[in-house]
Write a protein that binds this ligand. Structure first.
Ligand code: HEM
Length: 164
């Protein structure tokens, strides 16, 4: 078969259609690439935990509500009597953001040092975790993200709880 027999004869209109199709595909590809860049940060193929929790804003909303509730609940409020709540809320939000691999720089005390003189009980700690779980649910974060954050915070129990 001769080469010329393989050539597809295109009318000017078909040529235009073909060019439109190729240009369209190129634009779609470029847009898709741009959107991929703008999408949440990926870590090892999975969306970073802090992004799943709503980023810095989402985490701050969750921890602010948690601290509001823990500091006013009759079962836990005693520890917060003389504490400047605005600064504490900022510190807790930054800490949790950092634990969730967020871009926050936590410069506060260790969990052991900051809770050393508070005599926090196991029941108080567990209540705070329950409230945190409830606030993550309210924020409609994915179940996997909620469980992962709580799993990462769980080891702090042994540094924070001083009484059974
Ligand atoms: C997962 C559990 C908890 C986390 C992640 C956490 C986190 C923190 C952080 C980041 C700070 C600030 C440290 C600093 O800025 O140097 C802090 C301080 C504090 N936490 Fe917790 N905390 C937890 C549990 C609790 C519980 C259960 C209570 C009491 C019921 C509590 C009461 C306090 C108080 C009163 C302070 C302020 C201490 C002070 O200013 O002297 N925390 N916590």
């Amino acid at each position: 078969m001769k080469y010329s027999a393989l050539r597809i004869q295109l009318t000017p209109e078909r040529k235009r259609n073909l060019i439109t199709l190729v240009v369209g595909l190129a634009i779609s590809w470029a847009l898709a690439s741009l959107m991929a860049c703008a999408s949440p940060t990926k870590t090892g193929g999975a969306t970073a935990l802090y992004q799943q929790l709503g980023g810095v804003q989402g985490i701050t909303a969750i921890t602010d509500r948690t601290m509001d509730r823990v500091s006013t609940d009759p079962r836990t409020q005693r520890s917060f009597a003389n504490v400047k709540m605005k600064a504490l809320k900022e510190s807790v939000a930054t800490y949790v953001c950092k634990v969730a691999d967020g871009p926050c720089v936590y410069e506060g005390e260790t969990m052991r040092n900051s809770h050393a003189d508070l005599g926090i009980t196991g029941a108080e700690f567990d209540l705070m975790v329950e409230i945190l779980r409830d606030e993550i649910n309210r924020a409609k974060a994915p179940t996997g993200a909620k469980n992962e954050l709580l799993k990462r915070l769980a080891p702090t129990r042994r540094d924070i709880v001083k009484r059974s």
